[in-house]
Design a protein around this ligand. Structure first.
Ligand code: 9LS
Length: 233
């Protein structure tokens, strides 16, 4: 039986990532807002563009705290942010959807999102992902590390020095692996399941631009930042 132990250095790395993640977490207010009122497709689209825009800004701040990220080649820093922003937003949305809520609230939230204006065809893949994230019952350390690992994906488009990104991602993967063994001793496959979610996350990437342009309304307006990040307009 492998005796797994997180070293002092690994605990320090985890603390840096979790502190940055908590400092730069979007407030849960989007769920509260959606639970409070039913909005029109136009209002929901505006809310989404506001949330997604602030999410990108938060992501940049979080990423700057990942040890070694600012030492990467500057074009590669941009390529990693551009390549992971949509996934980070869906991962954050999944974490918001999976958070513990009073009885019946998650069902109301799901209903509001189903009626928000998104085309029907994207509901199944999106909610399948949200529910598969929810089933993992991740602790915040796992959520923070998973977000950092998503950002530090070496094979994003236009990344030149992939080895440099791998050298930053590997220690995160190792800490997460140990954490999963310690947190879920009954589930030796837990770490593999967690990484499997990142593959599911990439498939949502394919849909994102169409999810926005097919929003049930005319004249979709995007912020300049979203045009950059979301391959729209
Ligand atoms: O605000 C959002 N996500 C979000 C963005 C940044 C930080 C945190 C976030 F939750 C949108 C809203 C926007 C308003 C209309 C309904 C969906 N959102 C999505 C979502 C995101 C992107 C597309 Cl293309 C389709 C749905 N899935 C959600 C699941 C939830 F549990 C939740 F609370 C909100 C969610």
């Amino acid at each position: 039986k492998e005796k797994v132990e997180i070293t002092k250095a690994q605990r320090a790395l985890m603390k840096v990532i979790v502190d940055a993640y908590n400092r730069h977490k979007i407030p849960q207010d989007v769920a509260k807002k959606l639970l409070q009122d039913q909005y029109s497709a136009e209002e929901n689209f505006l809310l989404l563009t506001e949330m997604a825009t602030s999410q990108v800004q938060v992501l940049v701040e979080f990423t700057k705290n990942i040890p070694g990220f600012l030492s990467l080649n500057h074009e590669d820093q941009i390529a990693l942010l551009k390549g992971s922003a949509v996934e980070a937003m869906f991962l954050r949305s999944a974490q918001v959807f999976s958070q513990k809520m009073p009885n019946g609230h998650t069902e109301v939230l799901e209903e509001r999102i189903r009626k928000s204006g998104i085309s029907e065809e994207f509901m199944t893949p999106m909610f399948n992902f949200y529910k598969s994230i929810g089933e993992l019952h991740m602790i915040e350390e796992e959520q923070a590390l998973l977000t950092a690992i998503t950002i530090l994906t070496p094979d994003r488009p236009f990344v030149k020095d992939q080895q440099a990104v791998e050298r930053l991602q590997e220690p995160m993967l190792e800490v997460l692996r140990k954490l999963c063994v310690l947190q879920h001793p009954q589930e030796p496959q837990y770490f593999a399941r967690l990484l499997g979610r990142l593959t599911e996350l990439r498939t949502l990437n394919h849909y994102h631009a169409e999810m926005l342009t097919s929003w049930r309304m005319n004249d979709h307006k995007f912020t300049p930042l979203l045009c950059e990040i979301w391959d729209v307009q």
